[in-house]
Design a protein around this ligand. Structure first.
Ligand code: VJV
Ligand code: CA
Ligand code: ZN
Length: 396
């Protein structure tokens, strides 16, 4: 432990339930709920729990799940038997519905509990913000942004983010949703497509033919009809492989500061999918924990109440490093952890630091093969210009 103390002047809450971490999507499925065990382990070994209010979350109730999802879908999720072996994508079981039971969204033992636990944690985080009992609420078990009203998609069954934002809207006039997962936040965008009280902003790899889910082009900004209040309230930042910390930070700050200025949100929901990190099994970017977490730091400094959700992240040790570091950012103690985050510029030596006479292991990041950067600065400038033009139509 690093002598971590509570932040001055604001409250951070941590929403967690050990029920979530025990579930398995299947032996070789990329989504590993036990990355939450690693995250929690780092957070507590650094002593961060002393600086937060820690809540054991409950499962979301049926009524809470159907605040967004259809009853048909939730009933089916609650009643369907687990599939003993993962199904072949090419031979989906015709008895199964709602996109369930394929290889992306398998039917595993305890699925309903997993879904309702994720929803419950995010909803508890939202309620803390609504009660003004928390300034930053952390729910790493949430962030499942692809789930639709009546459909599972991309490892997501229940959209805990949408359920949490609906809760925030009871108290907050406008909510800004930001998504730094490497995939497009399509489920959240679609859910609030017709609303001018939620602005959604997703940064993602975009390739309609080869990368899931294939949506989120720069020009997709909400309903085309000017009579629809949701017009111009969906912002998409499509990127190519290999984007670096410097470029991502540059874009993030330019896009988000304009959105905040125009939209004047009263709360922020930040999905911190860690598959945008270098070395991710599914992702294609080159971000380090430093670049990824700078998004959290930037949002924190806006001084707007915020929920931090998890999301994707398929190299579990990197996920834990990022989310532990971002928890440290939330409580304003990142400098105590910074010295243990490996800085690859100084490779190949391993940084080991001393604290109180003890050696702290470095938490070096698994980087894999560096990805070629296919993001020319000119493209990034065009993105910023397009966002500026869209936001001309938005008034708080
Ligand atoms: O690309 C797809 C869909 C296919 C059909 C299913 N096959 C396996 C892959 C192609 C078209 N799905 C994506 C879904 C990504 C979901 C990301 C979720 C999040 O991070 O945004 C939020 C939590 C995809 N990419 C890679 C895989 N699926 C994949 C799935 C597997 C797998 C390997 C890769 C499922 C089972 C197993 N291996 C054993
Ligand atoms: Ca995204
Ligand atoms: Zn993802």
């Amino acid at each position: 432990e690093l002598g971590i103390t509570a932040p001055k002047g604001y409250d951070v809450s941590f929403h967690y339930n050990v029920q979530m971490e025990k579930h398995h999507f299947g032996q070789t499925h990329p989504m590993k709920p036990w990355r939450l065990v690693l995250t929690k382990g780092l957070v507590t070994s650094y002593g961060m729990h002393h600086a937060m209010k820690n809540y054991t979350t409950r499962a979301a109730t049926y009524d809470e799940l159907v605040s967004f999802h259809s009853q048909d879908y939730v009933n089916f999720l609650g009643s369907v038997a687990p599939q003993p072996t993962p199904l072949d994508v090419d031979n989906p079981n015709p008895d199964l519905r709602f996109n369930l039971g394929g290889s992306d969204c398998p039917l595993f033992e305890g699925l309903y509990d997993y879904c309702s636990q994720s929803g419950g944690a995010s909803l508890d985080a939202a309620r803390k913000l609504c009660a003004k009992q928390s300034d930053i609420a952390v729910a790493w078990g949430g962030g499942l942004h692809h789930a639709k009203r009546s459909e599972a998609s991309g490892f997501c069954y229940i959209n805990d983010i949408v359920i949490a934002i609906l809760q925030l809207l009871r108290v907050h006039k406008r909510v800004l949703y930001i998504d730094i997962d490497v995939h497009h936040g399509d489920g959240v965008e679609e859910a609030f497509f017709s609303s001018d009280r939620v602005m959604t902003v997703s940064f993602h790899k975009y390739d309609p033919h080869t990368f899931f889910p294939g949506t989120g082009a720069l020009e997709d900004n909400g309903p085309k009809s000017e009579h629809n209040p949701g017009a111009h309230h969906a912002i998409n930042v499509p990127l190519n492989d290999g984007i670096t910390d410097e470029q991502y930070q540059w874009l993030f700050e330019r896009v988000i500061s304009q959105c905040v200025q125009k939209f004047q949100p009263e709360a922020i929901a930040l999905q911190c999918g860690a598959d945008s990190l270098a070395g991710d099994r599914l992702g294609k970017f080159n971000l380090l924990v430093q670049g990824h977490s700078s998004c959290v730091d930037f949002c924190k400094k806006l001084g707007i109440p915020m929920i931090l959700f998890g999301g994707g992240g398929y190299t579990p040790r990197n996920v834990a490093r990022a989310w532990a570091y971002e928890t440290a950012v939330a409580i304003g103690q990142e400098e105590k952890m910074a010295s243990t985050v490996y800085i690859p510029d100084h490779a190949p030596y391993r940084q080991r630091f001393e604290y109180d006479g003890h050696l702290l292991p470095s938490i070096e990041q698994i980087l894999g093969e560096p990805r070629q950067n296919r993001n020319p600065q000119k493209k990034l400038l065009e993105i910023v210009q397009h966002v500026t033009e869209q936001l001309r139509f938005v008034a708080a």
